[in-house]
Design a binder for this molecule. Structure first.
Ligand SMILES: [Zn+2]
Length: 476
C-alpha cells in the first residue's frame, strides 16, 4: 500500500433550500403526492419558458464566496442532452463552459492539521425526476423533484485518502449548513457525492487511470467504497494489469464497487447554450450585499472557540461541527462564565438527549439560559453534580425551570451540619465492622461510608461536609 498513492477528486451535488424550483414557481416540498408540484416548465412542455430563481443564484454566490471562489461576471446555462424517462425535457439545464464560479479552496482539518483542497468550479443545474419501480414490471415517474436547484461543487484532485475525503465532505457540508442553503442530508439525498479515484506509484507525477464511483449515501459508505476501490486498483497494478476507465456503483450490501458503464459507453451530452436563458450576470451591488450577509464560517468559529473560551480542540470540534449546537453554546456561555463547564455538559448530557430525540439544539425544549441556571445551582452548591445529572432528562424534556424544580421536588442539597452529623452517626453505628477495618488502615472504606450517607439522604448531602464529618467521626 505504501508504495502507492491514491488520488481522489470529489463532485458534490447539494440541493438548495429554496422554496421554489430553479426555473419555475413550483414548490420544492418533499414527500408530497407524486406529480403535484409540476407545471409546463418543469414538465418539459414545448414552448414553456424558464426563468432563473434569484434566491438560488444568491445561495450559489454565497457558497462561492465562502469557498474563496472567483464568481464569474457571466455564467451561461447550457443544455446537457440525454434521454431518461424521468427527464421530460430531454436535457438537463446545467452550466458547462462558463460555470457560476471557479478557483476556490477549502481548508480541511485532518488530524489536527489543515489541508487545502482546491475547488475547481461551482455550477448550477436542475435536478431530474424520480422513477419508481413497482410490482409486475411497472414503472412510474414522479416529476416533483424535476427542476429542483442543485449546486455541483467539484474539488481538485487534492485528496489522498478515504479519511481526507470524508473530512472534506464533512467540512463542505458544514459550510452549506452554516450558510443555511442546504439541508446536508446524505440519506435524504440532498447532499450527494461522486468520487474520481486513481492510484499511482508514490512519487510519480502523472496520474493513473481513474474510475468514477457513484451511489455512496453516507460518510461511512464513502469511506468504505473508496477504501475498496483503492485496494482494487492497487491489486490490478500489482498483478501487472491495467485499470480500466469506467463508472462504478458502490454496492452497500457487498461493500464492493461494480461496473455501471465503460468509457466507450460514456455520454456525449452535446452541450450548447440554452437559447431560452440569457447569460447570468450578477451585479456588483448584489455580490457585496451577499458577502456582507455571510455568517462566521465553521473554521474561524472553531479557532475563536479555542482562543476565546479556552476549549480543547475536541470540544470545539463537536460544538462547531453543528451550527445550532455552537449557537446554543454561545448563548449559554453568555449567562454562565465557565465556558468549559457549559461545553462539557453540552457534549455529554445534552447531546445524549438531543440524539435520543433526533433533534437539533435549535429545537431543544430546554433553553440555553436554563442550562446556565442549572450549572449555577451546582456552582452555588444548592445541588450536587450528581443530582444535576439525575434531574437533567426531566427538566430538559419539559423545559422546566431548574431552580423551582429542585425546590419543589426537595432536591436542594443538605448543608445543615447538625442534620448531617446525625446521619453520619447512624451510618457509623450501623457498620461497626467497617469502622474497625477503617481504623486498622483500610482508608478506602471512606467511599463506602460516603455512599451510605448519600443513600440515606437520597444523594442530597453536601459531599464536602459529609467528608469532614466522617473524618472527624472516624478519626476523632
Ligand atoms: Zn414547475
Amino acid at each position: 500500500m505504501s508504495r502507492y498513492e491514491a488520488v481522489i477528486g470529489l463532485e458534490v451535488h447539494a440541493q438548495l433550500k429554496t422554496r421554489s424550483k430553479l426555473f419555475c414557481a413550483c414548490s420544492t416540498g418533499f414527500g408530497e403526492a407524486p406529480n403535484t408540484n409540476t407545471c409546463p416548465v418543469c414538465a418539459g412542455m414545448p414552448g414553456a419558458l424558464p426563468v432563473v430563481n434569484k434566491r438560488a443564484v444568491e445561495f450559489g454566490v454565497k457558497l462561492a464566496q465562502a469557498l474563496d471562489c472567483r464568481v464569474k461576471d457571466n455564467s451561461v446555462f447550457a443544455r446537457k442532452n440525454y434521454f431518461y424517462p424521468d427527464l421530460p425535457k430531454g436535457y438537463q439545464i446545467s452550466q458547462y463552459e462558463h460555470p457560476l464560479a471557479e478557483e476556490g479552496r477549502l481548508e480541511v482539518p485532518v488530524n489536527g492539521d489543515n489541508q487545502e483542497v482546491r475547488i475547481i468550479r461551482i455550477h448550477m443545474e436542475d435536478d431530474a425526476g424520480k422513477s419508481i419501480h413497482g410490482a409486475e414490471n411497472t414503472s412510474y415517474v414522479d416529476l416533483n423533484r424535476t427542476g429542483v436547484p442543485l449546486l455541483e461543487i467539484v474539488s481538485g484532485p487534492d485528496i489522498y485518502s478515504p479519511d481526507q475525503a470524508v473530512a472534506y465532505l464533512k467540512a463542505l457540508r458544514n459550510i452549506l449548513i452554516y450558510l443555511d442553503i442546504c439541508q446536508g442530508s446524505m440519506q435524504e439525498g440532498n447532499f450527494r457525492c461522486d468520487a474520481n479515484v486513481s492510484v499511482r506509484p508514490r512519487g510519480r507525477p502523472e496520474y493513473g487511470t481513474r474510475t468514477e464511483v457513484k451511489n455512496m449515501n453516507s460518510f461511512r459508505f464513502v469511506h468504505k467504497a473508496l477504501s475498496y476501490e483503492i485496494d482494487r486498483q492497487i491489486d490490478l497494478l500489482e498483478d501487472g494489469e491495467e485499470v480500466v476507465q469506467e463508472t462504478l456503483l458502490f454496492d452497500e450490501a457487498s461493500g464492493e464497487t461494480r461496473s455501471m458503464r465503460g468509457k466507450e459507453e460514456a455520454h456525449d451530452y452535446r452541450y450548447f447554450p440554452d437559447p431560452d436563458l440569457v447569460p447570468l450576470t450578477i451585479p456588483e451591488r448584489e455580490r457585496q450585499k451577499w458577502a456582507r450577509e455571510l455568517p462566521e464560517l465553521p473554521l474561524s468559529r472553531w479557532r475563536r472557540f479555542i482562543r476565546d473560551y479556552a476549549l480543547s480542540e475536541e470540544l470545539a470540534d463537536t460544538l462547531t461541527g453543528d451550527r445550532s449546537l455552537a449557537d446554543y453554546f454561545e448563548r449559554a456561555a453568555a449567562c454562565f462564565d465557565e465556558p468549559r463547564t457549559v461545553a462539557n455538559w453540552m457534549t455529554s448530557e445534552m447531546l445524549r438527549e438531543l440524539n435520543e430525540r433526533d433533534i437539533s439544539a435549535a429545537q431543544s425544549p430546554f433553553a440555553p439560559e436554563q442550562l446556565a441556571e442549572l450549572l449555577g445551582l451546582v456552582r452555588q452548591e444548592k445541588i450536587s453534580t450528581k443530582i444535576a445529572k439525575q434531574i437533567f432528562p426531566e427538566v430538559f424534556a419539559h423545559g422546566l425551570d431548574p431552580e423551582s424544580f429542585v425546590q419543589e421536588k426537595g432536591y436542594v442539597q443538605i448543608t445543615d451540619e447538625s442534620r448531617l452529623e446525625e446521619v453520619v452517626r447512624e451510618v457509623l453505628a450501623e457498620n461497626p465492622d467497617e469502622v474497625a477495618s477503617y481504623k486498622q488502615g483500610k482508608k478506602k472504606l471512606m467511599s463506602f461510608f460516603m455512599g451510605q450517607v448519600m443513600k440515606k439522604t437520597k444523594g442530597q448531602a453536601n459531599p464536602k461536609l459529609v467528608d469532614q464529618l466522617l473524618r472527624s467521626g472516624l478519626e476523632g
